[in-house]
Design a protein around this ligand. Structure first.
Ligand SMILES: Nc1ncnc2c1ncn2[C@@H]1O[C@H](COP(=O)(O)OP(=O)(O)OP(=O)(O)O)[C@@H](O)[C@H]1O
Ligand SMILES: O=P(O)(O)OC[C@H]1O[C@](O)(CO)[C@@H](O)[C@@H]1O
Ligand SMILES: [Mg+2]
Length: 365
């Protein structure tokens, strides 16, 4: 691919999250006005690369989108050019590597550098394309906040606000009915949304995948509260929380391609068991995709804008294979390979876990 950048391509991959449009706007405006190059928006993440679907982005496409949730480009959390469904045999999907076709399509679109905005999965794919010679710059996004090499991803703050608001609302009804209220939040194998919203919302119990829990410890916490006259309890459960014994609960488990499995439902399993063991009326709310929707917080708009500007700069400086990151408040960059090396998980002895425990939160351990 040409190293003289005349046209920049941008795609958004993985689950959508608030702040994506702020990123698209910042990348496009910087490219169009500061560098005076063309911008092509690729539709629906890597799906649009494989199927060659794109559009030239002009000023009017990226005006008025800063505050809007979602992504004007569309996204997918399924399509992976290195593992793409290419047919069916004996009722089973046959997976194939269509990355050469994807690269040829990028060339046909005239993309000299690709800005890939995504979470761990989309950036992993971006890094694989980079290793095959595609000039790629990554931008970390995900409500899950599970990417290493950046202090935080955009989208997390908005999801955290939504989850905290839900806890606040559950509090009043829990108190009126003397119930245990369980809120199941997203996050995949990481408990960031649960830990932060649970702490912000004053949850009594927080269950996260990184800390093993027992039902005995939870029941003890609930009855200790009852003895103090507090007849209700609030629990926040991460969707990836592991039941005693280590099992995770899936809405849909894909043994043929585990990356496509969908977690969900652990809140109900735990709720039934708590009601049975503690004899307290228990209700479960699964917050679901509300966490991915809505208008981004100012923090996410600003972070998205800063990441977008930095990515355009990296692209124009020929610093490929890099991902933008927030490091101690500064916008910097790290190799994509470092960013996707390992998932960022909560340390059981981290300061926030210790602070939460210090104010009485039980992690069921
Ligand atoms: N560790 C991995 N290695 C290779 N491919 C992966 C990995 N994780 C996910 N994928 C693939 O990457 C694509 C997108 O992954 P995923 O759904 O995790 O989105 P993401 O970009 O990580 O964003 P988010 O997790 O916030 O939704 C999917 O096609 C999935 O099959
Ligand atoms: O939109 P889908 O396919 O249901 O994916 C849900 C998953 O995506 C995320 O919202 C973001 O990675 C996870 O928290 C959640 O497990
Ligand atoms: Mg992911």
């Amino acid at each position: 691919m040409s190293q003289k950048i005349k046209r920049l391509g941008i795609l958004t991959g993985g689950g959508d999250c608030p702040g994506l449009n702020a990123v698209i706007r910042a990348v496009a405006k910087t490219a169009l006005y500061r560098y005076e190059i063309e911008v092509v928006g690729i539709m629906d993440g890597y799906g649009g690369v494989i199927e060659s679907r794109s559009m030239i982005l002009e000023d009017h496409h990226v005006s008025g989108i800063l505050h809007r949730g979602g992504t004007i480009l569309g996204t997918t959390n399924r399509d992976n050019p290195f593992r793409y469904p290419v047919g069916e045999k004996d009722g089973q999907t046959v997976w194939g590597d269509v990355s050469d076709k994807a690269i040829a399509n990028l060339e046909k679109m005239g993309v000299d550098v690709l800005v890939a905005v995504g979470g761990d999965g989309s950036l992993f794919i971006g890094n694989e394309l980079y290793k095959k010679g595609v000039p790629v710059v990554g931008i970390p996004k995900t409500i899950d906040n599970d990417l290493s090499a950046t202090d935080v991803t955009f989208g997390f703050d908005t999801a955290l606000n939504t989850a905290t608001d839900a806890i606040d609302k559950l509090h009043t009804t829990a108190e009126s009915h003397h119930r245990v209220m369980i809120l199941e939040v997203m996050g995949r194998d990481a408990g960031w949304i649960a830990l932060h919203s649970g702490t912000a919302g004053g949850a009594d119990v927080i269950l996260i995948p990184e800390i093993d829990f027992s039902y005995e410890a939870i029941c003890q916490k609930i009855s200790a509260r009852q003895q103090k006259g507090k007849k209700f309890s609030i629990m926040v459960v991460a969707e990836g929380a592991k039941l005693p014994g280590g099992e995770q609960i899936y809405q849909e488990e894909r043994k043929d391609n585990p990356h496509l499995s969908k977690l969900g439902g652990v809140g109900n399993v735990i709720g039934d068991e708590i009601q049975r063991r503690c004899g307290v009326e228990t209700r479960v709310t699964v917050l679901g995709h509300l966490q991915r929707g809505g208008t981004p917080t100012p923090f996410d708009r600003i972070l998205g804008t800063r990441f977008g500007v930095k990515a355009a700069e990296l692209a124009m400086n020929g610093e490929f294979g890099q991902m933008t990151c927030l490091c101690s408040g500064e916008i910097q960059s790290v190799p994509l390979s470092d960013a996707v090396k390992e998932q960022k998980l909560i340390q059981a002895d981290s300061e926030l876990v210790r602070a939460a425990k210090s104010v009485g939160v039980s992690f069921g351990d």
